[in-house]
Design a protein around this ligand. Structure first.
Ligand code: NAD
Length: 407
């Protein structure tokens, strides 16, 4: 099996190292961003592979080929894994599509919201381009681009790069992670294939819509940023606040309200479509207990689930240096990924379902100002920047039936 990992950050290093450590799989890396391909190659040569350090020991795997040019790493790959923040998904899919084998399986870790819609859009635009350039002869003659599209509800691990191209540390692994696929019948096969190399139990779920709504990053990251910084007076901090361990009672309350609103959307969809299985859209506290069963010291409340979670210990808010102090980095992925590819997607579904989401609206309104974007206008997703999100409205879905037809 040839696998190509796309990306050059924490997750891509963990994946490339873990999979390359298997003798029966060959791993390539597609790293188009900046000088990352060069840095990967130098690091791998220095260490003879990527060392993945876990509490149980170190596994080292050496990727076969690393390149910023898709023609060098894509052809022949049966499995392609996108391990990048969601804002890079569409770009990468467009870059790699011309070089993909017809039967490739393409997945994102994590999928975040609307990854299946994004892949469908790329597939359609690619098909249209091919038909335009090659005429009628191409019609019906070619297999589907991306035979299987799949996504994980979250990254299986919390991980951080320690030395570029050489070493990554896994701070904690989730006990179980949900996986959805299109076509949905493929989810079990993909989950069986990847559970062992990832070292995590992957559980197939009924549909991609479940992953979109069950994306807990959309709740936790913007919610905690709002909790930490909504009253920030502009003065630099001496040090970055603890992100998860700094969650106080009001922020935990806000996270609970966001989770409740997602559950209200789930209930509305289940009411409209009784056959739709959204059982994987779990309340936030239930998801935390399931994902971190071994790591949570005290599960008596939502706040305690965060502050006593070993996997989250010591992780700090994203900040940038300002003089001798630190200011919040509002362009970091906790807002730039989790709002347009997370909360806004769910907000778009809520709008189609007619479910009011006052707390989501409050957080999105605050976040869009920090990001310099406009999504919500007059409590409706009609801002100019909706076109660059993965909200259903961006893909032309204007009623619930459109959404379900795609699922
Ligand atoms: P990261 O910040 O380390 O990854 C950044 C990488 O993304 C860059 O190195 C580059 O390779 C790629 N990238 C960024 N912009 C790009 C662009 N415009 N074009 C092409 N490539 C681009 O992120 P990560 O920690 O590896 O996380 C990957 C995903 O996993 C994210 O969705 C993140 O939210 C999620 N996640 C990460 C963790 C973790 O512990 N690292 C935990 C849970 C979820």
């Amino acid at each position: 099996m040839q696998v190509t990992v796309c990306g050059g950050g924490n997750a891509a290093h963990a994946l490339a190292g873990l999979i390359a450590a298997r003798r029966d799989w060959t791993v390539n890396v597609y790293a188009p961003y900046g000088d990352e391909a060069q840095r990967w190659r130098e690091g791998i040569a220095a260490r003879n592979g990527i060392a993945v350090v876990t509490s149980g020991g170190t596994r080292t795997g050496r990727p076969h080929r690393v390149s910023a040019d898709p023609v060098e790493v894509m052809p022949g790959s049966g499995l392609v894994l996108l391990a990048v923040p969601a804002f890079a998904h569409e770009l990468i899919l467009h870059d790699i599509a011309p070089y993909l084998d017809e039967n490739a399986w393409v997945g994102a870790l994590p999928a975040r919201g609307g990854f299946d819609w994004c892949a469908t859009e790329v597939r359609r635009s690619r098909g249209a381009r091919e038909q335009g350039s090659r005429g009628a002869e191409v019609q019906g003659s070619k297999g589907e681009l991306f035979l299987v599209v799949f996504g994980l509800q979250t990254l299986p691990w919390a991980c951080r790069l320690t030395t570029y191209g050489q070493e990554v540390e896994i701070l904690g692994a989730k006990a179980a992670v949900d996986l959805a696929a299109w076509p949905s019948s493929a989810a079990g096969t993909v989950a069986n294939l990847l559970s062992e190399p990832f070292g995590v139990r992957l559980e197939p779920v009924a549909n991609f819509l479940s992953l979109t709504l069950a994306n807990t990053g959309q709740i936790i990251h913007p919610g905690v940023m709002y909790g930490l910084f909504r009253d920030w007076d502009g003065r630099p901090y001496d040090e970055a606040p603890l992100f998860y361990q700094g969650i106080d009672a009001p922020t935990a309350g806000l996270l609970q309200q966001l989770s409740d609103e997602v559950q209200a959307v789930r209930r509305a969809l289940e009411w409209h479509f009784p056959d739709l299985d959204l059982s994987a859209v779990r309340p936030l506290d239930e998801w935390l207990r399931r994902s971190y069963s071994e790591d949570i010291g005290d599960a008596s409340s939502l706040q305690r689930c965060f502050v006593t979670n070993r996997s989250y210990a010591g992780l700090r808010a994203p900040m940038r240096q300002a003089g001798s102090g630190w200011v919040p980095d509002f362009q970091a992925r906790y807002l730039s990924e989790d709002v347009p590819y997370g909360l806004v997607v769910t907000r778009g579904i809520a709008e189609l379902a007619g479910v009011p989401t006052p707390v989501m609206d409050e957080v999105i309104t605050w976040a869009q100002e920090r990001l310099g974007k406009t999504y919500l206008v007059n409590r409706s997703l009609q801002g100019r920047d909706v076109a660059s999100t993965r909200a259903p409205q961006r893909y032309g879905f204007h009623q619930l039936d459109d959404l379900i037809w795609q699922t």
